[in-house]
Design a protein around this ligand. Structure first.
Ligand SMILES: Nc1ncnc2c1ncn2[C@@H]1O[C@H](COP(=O)(O)OP(=O)(O)O)[C@@H](O)[C@H]1O
Ligand SMILES: [Mg+2]
Length: 391
């Protein structure tokens, strides 16, 4: 039972990973045959949709059980593929960082030829796709009903606010120090505030890191004004401008006109050193950003804008002075975070099997805090439901 439950959650994790920007950038430039990864995602989604029903029915229906077993294999295969792609992306990245300037020339040539890794991975993705296709076709025959699979929850994101419960956060000390230093540094000379962008896939902890820095006491002394805006959806200049204004004044503003809003915002910012957070930005076009940032030059030098995004492109769109690539949590922090959600104090000591299972799950979470939290809580509810009888 637990196997299937987690499998479903891993499907959710796979969607986050598929959306991961690194992978997308790697395969951009037409290297990977038409949107193979997108197709993989769609197939996984369609199977995920009938997951709950299949899980319930497998006890009664051996055909459903057989179907689930095959799905399991295919999903694990897809996971392995993602692992390999991510490793390759990482390798290519550190190589090109190492090669530095000469890499531009070299990349130009490697782009032209076909990388053997991509060829190989391409045919394996096709294999997995065929399997999933075959399994998806059986959904109707088995009369599996659509509902939402558990994994889908991983992608449902809420709006963020600046508040954070620091006692529940693990690790990130170094990241926090680096970012705090950058935010407090006063080397910006231009009249536009410098933009610092945190890039990383969904659920990695970008928002959390920025919350930690934003709430650091030193910010109060250093800045005259602070504002937190969750951008998330569409990058509508008027909506975002109003949100910034309201975040500064902590009151509603009913001005409809962009000009009125921008003039008011400029007045508020006038001569003050401000820290603005734009959380979860997706916009990859220069023009809206250029309009949005007009009022910002009224602030004092040393003002900073902190941006979080999944996309490297967003970072360049916003003319970031600094780009931080957030890394996965360390192994030790992963375990602590997971254990805090999964177990009551002492559980893993009393039950060594739990410890083993827990370790396996943590390994699958790839250092993603969101996955660790979700799977940890799932394990706890499942343990609770089975009331002492641990699978
Ligand atoms: N270092 C951490 N320790 C504990 N929980 C974390 C940590 N980083 C993130 N989380 C939790 O994981 C979830 C996703 O983090 P979030 O910052 O929203 O990710 P992102 O902004 O990169 O999508 C949140 O529920 C957050 O509380
Ligand atoms: Mg976020």
């Amino acid at each position: 039972m637990v196997g299937e439950l987690f499998l479903s959650a891993f499907l959710g994790l796979a969607f986050e990973r598929l959306a991961s920007i690194d992978i997308v950038t790697f395969f951009r430039g037409g290297k990977l045959k038409d949107d193979l990864l997108k197709k993989l995602e769609i197939k996984l989604l369609s199977i995920n949709a009938v997951f709950n029903d299949a899980e319930e029915r497998q006890m009664r229906d051996p055909n459903v059980k057989a179907w689930l077993d095959e799905v399991k294999d295919a999903v694990y295969e897809a996971e392995d593929l993602l692992d390999e792609i991510e490793t390759e992306v990482y390798k290519t990245k550190s190589e090109s960082e190492f090669e530095n300037t000469s890499s531009k020339v070299r990349n130009f040539f490697t782009n032209v030829s076909v990388n053997p890794f991509e060829k190989k991975i391409e045919s394996r993705i096709e294999d997995v796709l065929n399997k999933l296709e075959f399994l998806a076709n059986q959904v109707e025959l088995l009369e599996l009903k659509k509902g939402s699979g558990i994994g889908g929850k991983l992608s449902q994101r809420l709006q963020s606010s600046s508040l954070v419960d620091e006692s529940s956060i693990y690790g990130r000390d170094d990241d926090k120090n680096v970012l705090t230093k950058l935010v407090l540094s006063d080397n910006g000379s231009a009249n536009h505030p410098s933009v610092i962008t945190i890039v990383g896939m969904g659920g990695l902890g970008k928002t959390t890191l920025v919350q930690l820095v934003y709430n650091d006491k030193r910010m109060e002394d250093h800045f005259d004004l602070k504002a937190w805006v969750c951008v998330s959806e569409e990058f509508d200049v008027r909506r975002v401008t109003r949100a910034i204004l309201e975040a500064i004044t902590l009151s509603n503003d009913d001005a409809r006109d962009l000009n009125a809003l921008q003039v008011k915002l400029a007045e508020k910012l006038m001569g003050g050193k401000f820290l603005l957070v734009l959380d979860d930005v997706w916009n990859e076009n220069h023009s809206p950003w250029e309009v949005l940032r007009n009022p910002f030059c009224y602030g004092a030098p040393g003002s900073k804008i902190l941006v979080t995004t999944r996309s490297e492109r967003v970072a360049s769109t916003m003319y970031s002075a600094e780009i931080l690539h957030l890394k996965q949590l360390s192994e030790e922090d992963c375990w602590m975070l997971f254990a805090a959600h999964a177990f009551n104090k002492g559980d893993p000591l009393a039950n060594p099997r739990l410890n083993v299972i827990g370790k396996k799950i943590v390994k699958k979470c790839k250092g993603l805090p969101l996955a660790l939290k979700t799977l940890g809580s799932l394990l706890r509810t499942r343990l609770f439901l089975e009331n002492g009888k641990v699978f």
